[in-house]
Design a protein around this ligand. Structure first.
Ligand SMILES: Cc1cc2nc3c(=O)[nH]c(=O)nc-3n(C[C@H](O)[C@H](O)[C@H](O)COP(=O)(O)OP(=O)(O)OC[C@H]3O[C@@H](n4cnc5c(N)ncnc54)[C@H](O)[C@@H]3O)c2cc1C
Ligand code: FES
Length: 292
């Protein structure tokens, strides 16, 4: 199947595996990093793609849930070949609540890699803007653009970016998850919180504005988080004529293009709009194309 608009095109390229949980550790309030052993899938996935995760032999919830690639796991001594993937999730409901109770050795069903992922960014300054749990697609993207790891099979070629910044907003300090993961990669991190308990007291778009005002080379923006925040970031980017991509977190049922439960309105070349499936034509879209 060679037609990318047909569900089979994506389904045929994804793997469905029963995987072992290696660890499931708390990173912040209600937020966990789950490590899964899945070398084949880990070799194929690129930043911005996601996995559907399902509890085996469980009918509540029956459907899998989409979780973004946080990063691949490369063990020392394996000559750069990844052994698994990390996802980071916020407990909001049934599935994420059950995931939080899993211990090492438990099994999960996963299928992926799914979705388009971020296109390689050619820039002097890559600015990642995250709100809530929206930081999860970015560690792999940062690592790749800082020239520290290649992703995909065959590994995709990405021009190294000299500077990578994360603007990360959360409700409060206790929800900021994985800041040290970004810092250890060499990412410049600026945080904001709604209650002022860490970083700037206010919106992440205030922080982004400061970073943009300070300059620092030809910028590109990537963004993930609640829709009103992504809309505000898209507006800021458009005002300053900075290319921006957003990764949407639209709820999904099948994840492979069949059910149309994940559609979003995307502007067309003729000025009109049409529905696009976030799971196969996204989750990453050019920000200027989204009909917010
Ligand atoms: C491509 C993609 C990547 C994602 N990556 C991550 C990730 O890396 N980490 C992470 O924590 N979450 C991520 N999400 C969101 C995640 O899929 C949902 O939080 C998850 O499906 C909730 O499942 P649940 O069974 O725990 O909650 P449910 O019991 O299904 O829902 C609980 C509550 O959350 C609401 N809800 C469920 N899904 C969403 C959503 N997508 N947006 C807004 N509200 C929602 C429901 O309406 C309900 O009120 C991603 C979503 C997409 C589409
Ligand atoms: S989730 Fe079924 S078409 Fe996208």
């Amino acid at each position: 199947m060679n037609n990318p608009l047909h569900a089979a095109y994506y389904a045929d390229r994804a793997r469905c595996e029963r995987v072992r949980v290696v660890e499931n550790v708390r990173l912040a309030r209600d937020t966990f990093r789950l490590r899964m052993e899945c070398p084949e899938l880990a070799c194929r996935i690129v930043p911005g793609q996601f996995l559907m995760v399902r509890l085996p032999e469980c009918d509540d919830p029956l459907l899998g849930r989409p979780l973004a690639l946080y990063d691949t796991v490369v063990d020392d001594g394996k000559r750069g070949r990844p052994s698994g993937v990390d996802v980071v999730y916020l407990v909001v409901g049934k599935m994420t609540g059950r995931l939080a109770a899993l211990a090492a050795g438990a099994e999960l069903e996963v299928w992926g890699p799914l979705g388009n992922g971020f296109a390689p960014q050619v820039a002097e300054h890559l600015i990642m803007v995250a709100g809530g749990i929206g930081q999860t697609p970015f560690p792999a993207l940062a690592r790749e653009h800082l020239g520290k790891r290649a992703y995909g099979d065959p590994p995709r070629q990405v021009k190294q970016v000299p500077r990578v910044t994360l603007c990360y907003g959360a409700r409060s300090k206790e929800y900021l998850a994985g800041v040290e993961d970004f810092e250890s990669l060499g990412v410049e991190v600026h945080t904001s919180t709604d209650d002022g308990s860490a970083g700037h007291h206010g919106l992440v778009t205030d922080v982004l504005t400061e970073v943009l005002d300070a300059g620092g080379g030809r910028a590109r923006i990537v963004c993930c988080g609640p829709e009103p925040m992504m809309e505000a970031v898209a507006r800021l980017a458009a005002e300053r004529e900075i290319p921006a991509q957003v990764s949407l977190e639209t709820p999904m049922a099948c994840g492979i293009g069949i059910c149309f439960s994940c559609v979003t309105r995307v502007r067309q070349d003729d000025g009109g709009w049409d529905y696009r499936r976030t799971c196969v034509e996204g989750p990453v879209f050019d920000a200027e194309r989204i009909e917010w």
